[in-house]
Ligand binder design. Structure first.
Ligand code: NOJ
Length: 751
């Protein structure tokens, strides 16, 4: 009997998973016709599980009544409910409702669910779209094994201000790279079929321009031009739409003074009309209710009206729709067919997720046990982590260190840390321990190497230790003497320093982005010893580290590298892996240079020589500490001259550029070959260079690879202030190189 049931289920699965759009539309319309207005509004209402908040508790919180609301069909989706048992319980409540419409369950699965991968700025730094897709695929497998069907990811906000804590969640200053990453992540989460048991719905966020808060201050207003909006901030969203992202999230910020939540220009004109996107939009946490604080709504009822007119389909934790939408419809302020259109979108997504076929389809305790934090997933996290490290400096090939070295002093507050590498937004992996660097070193080294350890100092300055607290920095230096003493006994010093987990992420903007606390002073003391100094830098953002850049012998940026951090770092430091990451955000010299990005405009007075009346500063250079695209390897790569197959290109033609890249080093390695374009004369000033393609290629020691790029009109187009595509004839420079600063240039003409 058992056998027959499972065969039947399989048959049903095959039959139901592949509905055509027309079939889904019919089912949705039939269901909608049976729904009361309350039930429709219920679909637009999203609650958080009340014990796991990722935002401020609403002032009109319904606490326990939330569960009654589910039973009455007054809730359409939930966030922050985790694991099969809890999700099942909530789903069972939903199925007691009159129409038995299943709930969707979403969580911030940002860089892994239980098996934590490197934080997104690290994943981005890999420039490896296959690795990024794989990380998100595993995250989706784990999240769906835990019963979820929706992630609030990817964040695709371009940002050029490392003071903003959320750069850890994407960490990309460039729209082209941001667009490739957005696509890889959507593919990773959603696969080919949303109803597949191993996929979850993606959510591109935060729509739009949230990555440009004034002065890098969290939740601050945004003031970007239409030119920047169209050419810089929107492309990753457009790419996510093209990749099939099922949902989107509003941003907290204003744009042109209008809050992005309920913003008709952004949502109705661009997302819905111009891009024709039919997915579901969820507000950010409480962002509908925040329209009051923005000063564009007088009360929560007014918030609901603005939200719905701006096509925010789901209200996350404001209770604006729950409390006021019915009234608005009854008063004729909102038309019921506006509500219907929204509910149709939500129900359509639920059909696509397969929830109507089987509301418990993701709920399999056994799969949860085997899938979460499996050895295979951990291994993948480690392999991917090794691709994300950026080698900033390596004097005299100090790295990799020999495994036969006699003694190493491992110094710093993060050497034995099991917490920091997990990073912020660590979902259910937040309670797990990451492999510390110390353990990784021990594993890789034999007993012949003496591994000395001193913490040196603790880190202070995160949001748990507020800025106005009296901090006696001298006290933090108490461990310096021991560290120096110990370091004197070793052949080489490896210092592991950086930011703690909570120094980046939401609500973690910083005024200064140097190495927090007394860590730099610790490094200065270590330097005085005169031994080779390797700095391993863990952070959630680019840091201002001019002293380290000048004085360390080697610098390896590892970001917050995930659950296998220590192993991945040790394997890299001792040469089992060769670093291949490249910066996706510029490292400034100092805070005064921010916002800083390579794809800037030339200005009328570019600082191309030492002269007063040019665009610059009187107290320092314009150039960054490390440019976008920068990153060394244990191999060395030599670039030939780019070869163009023609010097003139028609509007619909393809121009092919090839370049020979030789690995002149002694080790096999990977190089990210980057192609930039500059439109020399255009009706709207264009950036000095823009990334338009790249390839990460593996090149054996001594081998030469011919890397081929194709330039088509898509790579030359930009948008005018009406969001119309512009493609103008004239001369273009094509630049290829190892980073945005070191390129070889050729020109061609578009005719
Ligand atoms: C607020 C954050 O801005 C957003 O990214 C996140 O998805 C929600 N909280 C839900 O946790």
């Amino acid at each position: 009997m058992k056998k027959i049931v499972s065969v039947l289920l399989i048959v049903c699965g095959v039959l139901t998973a592949g509905y055509s759009d027309a079939e889904i539309e019919k089912k949705v319309t039939d269901l909608l016709n049976q729904m009361t207005l309350d039930e429709k509004i219920g679909q637009m209402n999203q609650y958080s599980n009340s014990w796991d908040l990722t935002g401020p508790k609403p002032d009109n919180d319904r606490n326990e009544a939330r569960y009654e609301d589910i039973e009455k069909g007054l809730v359409g989706s939930m966030l922050n409910v985790n694991y099969v048992k809890n999700i099942k319980a909530a789903q069972e409540l939903a199925l007691k409702s009159r129409l038995k419409i299943p709930l969707m369950f979403g969580v911030d699965v940002i860089h892994g669910y239980k098996t934590i991968f490197p934080i997104p700025i690290g994943l981005s730094s890999s420039w490896d779209m296959t690795a990024i897709e794989k990380a998100e695929r595993i995250a989706a497998r784990e999240a769906s094994a835990a019963g979820l069907n929706w992630t609030f990811s990817p964040m695709v906000d371009i940002s050029r201000d490392p003071r903003w804590g959320r750069v850890m969640e994407a960490g990309v200053e460039d729209p082209y790279l941001g667009a490739q990453i957005a696509k890889a992540k959507v593919r990773g989460y959603q696969g080919h079929d949303l109803s597949d048991h191993y996929t979850i719905a993606a959510c591109m966020k935060h729509f739009a321009a949230y990555g440009a808060p004034n002065a890098g201050r969290e939740y601050h207003s945004v003031d970007v031009s239409l030119n920047s909006l169209y050419n810089v901030y929107l492309p990753p969203f457009k790419a996510a739409v093209e990749a099939g992202a099922s949902t989107a999230m509003n941003a907290f910020n204003t744009l042109n003074g209008v809050p992005a939540t309920g913003n008709q220009f952004l949502v109705n004109q661009i997302l819905r009309s111009k891009w024709g996107w039919k997915g579901v939009i969820v507000s950010d946490w409480g962002s509908i209710g925040e329209l009051r604080a923005h000063g564009t709504a007088k009360d929560l009822k007014h918030c609901a009206e603005i939200g719905i007119n701006g096509n925010t389909d789901i209200d996350m934790e404001s209770l604006a729709y729950h409390n006021h939408l019915k009234e608005l419809v009854e008063e004729g302020v909102v038309r019921e067919n506006q509500v219907d259109e929204i509910v149709k979108r939500i129900l359509t997504l639920k059909y696509k997720l397969g929830l109507f076929d089987d509301p418990f389809r993701y709920l399999d305790e056994k799969r949860q046990t085997t899938e979460l934090l499996s050895e295979e997933n951990r291994r993948a996290s480690r392999e991917i982590a090794k691709k994300t490290f950026v080698l900033l400096k390596n004097n005299n090939n100090l790295l990799p260190l020999s495994k036969n070295i006699g003694s190493i002093a491992l110094i710093g507050p993060l050497v034995k840390d099991e917490n920091v590498s997990i990073g912020n937004w660590a979902c259910q992996g937040g309670h797990e321990k990451a492999v510390p660097v110390f353990d990784g070193f021990q594993r890789v080294l034999s007993e012949k190497t003496e591994l000395l350890y001193a913490m040196g100092c603790d880190i202070y300055g995160d949001r748990r230790k507020r800025y106005d607290m009296e901090i006696d920095s001298e006290k933090f230096k108490a461990g310096f003497a021991e560290a120096v003493d110990l370091a004197q006994k070793a052949e080489v010093i490896v210092a592991v320093v950086g930011e703690t987990r909570m120094m980046s992420g939401e609500a973690s903007s910083r005024l200064e982005i140097d190495l927090p606390g007394v860590q730099n002073e610790l490094l200065m003391e270590l330097k005085k010893i005169g031994k080779p100094l390797v700095v391993i830098l863990m952070s959630g953002r680019p840091l201002t580290i001019p002293w380290i850049a000048e004085n360390a012998d080697a610098i390896l940026v590892t970001w917050h590298a995930g659950i296998e951090a220590g192993n991945a770092i040790a394997e890299t430091v001792f040469g089992d892996a060769n670093p291949s990451g490249k910066l996706t955000m510029t490292f400034p010299r100092c805070v005064g240079q921010i916002p800083i990005y390579y794809n800037q405009l030339n200005t009328g007075r570019p600082k191309n020589r030492d002269y007063v009346w040019l665009s610059g500063y009187i107290d320092g250079p314009n150039s960054p500490l490390y440019p976008f695209g920068y990153g060394l390897s244990y191999s060395t790569f030599e670039y030939g001259d780019p070869i163009l197959d023609k010097s003139e290109m028609g509007f619909d033609e393809t121009l092919t550029v090839t370049i020979a890249v030789t690995n002149t080093g002694k080790r096999d390695g990977e190089e990210v070959v980057q192609l930039y374009i500059h439109d020399q004369v255009s009706s709207i000033a264009r950036p000095v260079k823009e990334l338009k393609d790249f390839q990460k290629v593996f090149i054996r020691a001594g081998e030469t690879k011919i890397v081929k790029f194709e330039i088509t009109r898509e790579k030359l187009i930009y948008y005018d202030e009406n969001y119309e595509e512009l493609l103008e004839p004239g001369d273009f420079e094509v630049m290829i190189g190892t980073n945005s600063d070191e390129v070889k240039t050729k020109t061609f003409t578009l005719k």
